[in-house]
Design a protein around this ligand. Structure first.
Ligand code: UDX
Length: 459
């Protein structure tokens, strides 16, 4: 079987490498010649754990190659995955011009039965558009089928998510295409992964509804965190208590500075737009978007309050700039927005991120002592008035607190990802400000330590 994956961005690369690892031949196509050259040298343009090894392994086995030449790759393929970008337009809807261009090329090069799979997150009805575009260009001579097979890959664990997914969704109205998809994914079927086979529209909506629901969980717990701060409750314990209810589940209930990245903000805006296009309103999604904007502003105010009311003239060691750990991606990163907000209020920022500093410099340019970048967390803390944790990289969970204290002008940690146990930080002599939990400081103990008990012993 020959597979062509159009678009060698994040989704395309992961999809191509993983499919090649299933044992099929994959040609990755991208119009960016320098990217294709680099890929053919085995250089991976993005940071994703395990991806470089998987790409090189399958290139060496002659199952994976890259080209800029779309036509021959399309003609040789039995199945074509479309994994090109669908950026947001100013009104929040997805820009489909790249998808349309690929559909036109497929129509121009259709030389036999092919299955065309949309992998990019696309508005409901895109499958229909792709089908019509191909049919118009191909002139009705050749058979083909369109399939929606949305991706549910998380950055930082994309390979794992592809190889061990909770489910695979296949939408089509052509049984032959469904059979081909089940064959492509046979290694996952053997591993008992559930497959949802349905029509294209339902498949497209499963993706949006899933991401909208997950974004709702995050905004929900972020609003609960605000209440916790007002009421003297602890959001970590509240989330734990909620999550132990099987109907709710413990995942995606980590409060913090809001969701970011290339998917959740874009997809939630797109869901709102989809509803609007149907003359409806998705009221909960509207509220989720509003809450996600509000939480970032609330975080800036919170940092200012922790610094005594104003950030003006204060120096912060900013730890973490990517939208989440294990990625260099800063797209719609709350960390960047909050850092920008603090810089605008006169704070001096001494930044460090393990992977995303080069990317961050584009949005938060170096500017003398107003915005500077440093080699590690300790160097960033030199002479700062507080440490501000914005992204929960593992290395920030184990900072040597004594070493930090020596470098700071005062022992203050503002942790917007709740990665520390407040009592431990307080015991090390720090004032500790986090999200949805009371402020901790030396000598300020809770009378009852929160814990979850099962049977006789603590968990
Ligand atoms: C997401 C979806 O999880 C994935 O299924 C989809 O295909 C693409 O979008 P990703 O954007 O890589 O993946 O990141 P994810 O781990 O889901 O986190 C998204 C954002 O939500 C991050 O900013 C993260 O910090 C935030 N988040 C996540 C929270 O604030 N709290 C949580 O409990 C979980």
């Amino acid at each position: 079987m020959n597979i062509c994956v159009v678009g060698s961005g994040y989704v395309g690369l992961v999809t191509g490498a993983c499919l090649a690892d299933f044992g099929v031949h994959v040609t990755g196509v991208d119009k960016d010649a320098s990217k294709v050259e680099a890929l053919n040298r085995g250089e991976i343009p993005i940071y994703e754990p395990g991806l470089a090894t998987l790409v090189r392994k399958n290139m060496e086995a002659d199952r994976l190659s890259f080209t800029t030449d779309l036509g021959p790759a399309l003609e040789a393929a039995d199945a074509i995955f479309i994994a090109v970008g669908t950026p947001s337009l100013p009104d929040g809807s997805a820009d489909l011009s790249f998808v349309r261009q690929v559909a036109e090329s497929i129509g121009d090069h259709l030389n036999g039965y092919k299955v065309v799979i949309t992998k990019s997150t696309v508005p409901i009805g895109t499958g229909q558009m792709v089908e019509e575009t191909i049919r118009q260009r191909a002139g009705g001579e050749q058979e083909f089928a369109v399939v929606s097979n949305p991706e549910f890959l998380r950055e930082g664990s994309a390979i794992e998510d592809f190889m061990r997914p909770d489910r695979v969704v296949i939408g089509s109205r052509d049984e032959r295409a469904v059979e081909m998809m089940l064959d492509i994914y046979s290694p996952l079927r053997i591993a008992d992964v559930p497959f949802v086979v349905t029509n294209v529209e339902s498949a497209e909506l499963i993706k949006y509804a899933s991401n909208g629901f997950l974004a709702t969980k995050i905004s929900f717990i972020n609003e609960v965190a605000t209440l916790c701060e007002k009421l003297g409750a602890d959001v970590e314990v509240v989330a734990r208590g909620m999550g132990l209810d099987n109907r709710i589940g413990p995942k995606f209930l980590n409060s913090g500075p809001g969701f970011g990245g290339s998917c959740f903000p874009k997809d939630t805006r797109a869901v709102a737009q989809i509803a609007h296009d149907c003359d409806e309103r998705f009221r909960i999604i509207d509220a989720v978007l509003e809450a996600n904007e509000a939480v970032k502003e609330r975080m800036v105010t919170k940092v200012e309050a922790a610094l005594g009311g104003s950030a003006d003239g204060k120096t912060l060691a900013v730890l973490g700039l990517s939208f989440k750990p294990d990625t260099d991606d800063i797209r719609e990163s709350p960390a960047i927005e909050i850092a920008q907000g603090l810089a605008a209020r006169g704070a001096r920022l001494r930044c460090f991120d393990p992977e995303a500093m080069e990317e961050a410099k584009e949005e938060l340019p170096e500017n003398g002592d107003r915005v500077s970048y440093h080699g590690d967390a300790y160097a960033a803390a030199d002479g700062a008035d507080a440490v501000l944790i914005l992204t929960e990289w593992n290395q920030f969970r184990k900072l040597e607190l004594e070493n930090l204290a020596k470098r700071l002008t005062q022992p203050l940690i503002i942790d917007l990802r709740n990665i520390y146990d407040p009592s431990r930080v307080a015991a090390a002599g720090f004032r500790y400000v986090s999200v949805g939990r009371g402020e901790a400081a030396p000598g300020k103990d809770e009378p009852v330590r929160s814990r979850v008990l099962v049977g006789d012993g603590p968990l």
